[in-house]
Design a protein around this ligand. Structure first.
Ligand SMILES: *Cc1c(COP(=O)(O)O)cnc(C)c1O
Length: 393
């Protein structure tokens, strides 16, 4: 009886189920790695954003245990009140050096970094030019800011320019784009976006979640990829993907980082990254700075996979990065494809509406340096068999 006011939730859940849009989440019974254990079976994993295999790297496991012995586990409270641990300062300095940015500040996640940063740099009366395919955390950050949001066509610099020309009333202005788009694996034309921004004197912000540890020399990110050091005002990154841990970062001009320490709400009102997260990320930076081996292997694996799929006649969309979508069209086919792969030992997720447009359902394949060449060949063979079985190729 007392639950009647909540009965709408059960109705909504039932609707999701009947529409085939209900998220069923697999339980992983092993570390996140090239192979994972699900329901007692070992499966080849192509779902994680664990690009470099750092989520279960022996050096990171060791460094984390040591840090716990020195610093414990929790940061105690928000940094402005309880003080900040030397570990967090060390991580921020190392990340700034690594990315050749003036300064860097860490957040609890990439999501929190966007929610904190966008409302700190624009507000009511200001204008945000936002790529139509930007990530949900950018969209939410834009909403929180109360600035006017003008969407431009995906990666379309000409459309961006006409939107800028058509928007005459503004206080401050910023252009915001994902660096690598997570569902298609294509790269934003950041060099051209920066040129436009400089021409019109607009701030630039890029969210490099899928480029961090992937693009640029040794994984230094999209700003390094395009050689734009010092010309992008704010770069958001995540420590939850290639870095294999959890956390967010903002790198860029020192004055912006200083401002976020004063006005970034998730920084002011939510505790810092935990000790194990921070120590693990520090060791990840060490590993990336010592060698480009993991990044090289990631790109080599992705190239073998993409070429193999194309040779077999699969459509891999606009992929330019280790994210390789296998375009299948309608959602039920993508789901069926994913189920067959799963039965044959390959864990690769079907993605449909609303994450991607209707009719553009796909299997999203996340390549990783953790995979061996044999793993990639086994995946190709399994995709071939399922593709034949379902009449896709
Ligand atoms: C994954 C992702 C995020 C969120 O990062 P978390 O660290 O997992 O919160 C933010 N932006 C983009 C573009 C992403 O792909």
């Amino acid at each position: 009886m007392g639950n009647d006011k909540l009965s709408w939730i059960q109705d909504e859940l039932d609707n999701l189920k009947s529409a085939g849009l209900y998220n069923t989440i697999r339980t992983i019974e092993s570390p996140m790695d090239a192979w994972v254990k699900i329901d007692g079976r070992s499966l080849l994993n192509f779902c994680a954003n664990n690009y470099l295999g750092l989520a279960n790297h022996p050096r990171i496991r060791e460094a984390t245990k040591k840090a716990i012995d020195t610093f414990g586990v929790g940061p105690g409270a928000v940094r402005t009140i309880a003080g900040t641990m030397s570990l967090h300062i060390a991580l921020e300095q190392r990340l700034a050096e690594f990315k050749r940015a003036e300064a860097c500040i860490s957040f609890q996640s990439g999501f929190a970094a966007n929610l904190g940063t966008i409302p700190a740099i624009v507000g009511r009366g200001d204008v945000i030019f936002s790529d139509e395919l930007n990530h949900a955390s950018i969209i939410d950050g834009c909403r929180l800011s109360r600035a006017k949001v003008v969407r431009y066509k995906h990666n379309d610099v000409d459309d961006l320019v006409s939107q800028i020309e058509a928007t005459a009333e503004f206080g401050r202005r910023v252009i915001i784009s994902d660096g690598v788009f997570s569902m298609d694996g294509d790269i934003a034309p950041l060099d051209k976006l920066v040129e436009v921004a400089e021409r019109y004197d607009i701030m630039t912000m890029v969210d490099d979640a899928h480029g961090e540890g992937v693009l640029g020399h040794g994984g230094r990110g999209i700003v390094d990829h395009f050689g734009l050091h010092g010309r992008v005002d704010v770069e958001i990154g995540t420590l939850s993907k290639a870095f294999g841990v959890m956390g967010g970062l903002v790198a860029g001009k020192a004055v912006i980082v200083e401002w976020l320490r004063q006005r970034g709400r998730p920084f002011l009102f939510s505790s810092a990254m935990t000790v194990p997260d921070t120590a693990a990320c520090l060791e990840a930076v060490n590993i990336l700075q010592e060698s480009t081996e993991l990044i090289d292997r990631l790109w080599a694996n992705a190239a073998i996979f993409r070429a193999g799929m194309q040779d077999m006649g699969f459509d891999t969309g606009f992929s330019q990065t280790p994210i390789v979508p296998v375009m299948l069209g309608e959602a039920p086919l993508a789901q069926q494809f994913s189920r067959h792969l799963f039965e044959q030992g390959v864990f690769a997720m079907a993605i449909g509406f609303p994450t991607v447009p209707r009719g553009k359902a796909r299997i999203r394949v996340m390549n990783s340096a953790a995979h061996s060449e044999e793993d990639i060949k086994l995946a190709l063979k399994t995709f071939y068999e399922v593709g034949q079985e379902l009449g896709v190729i």
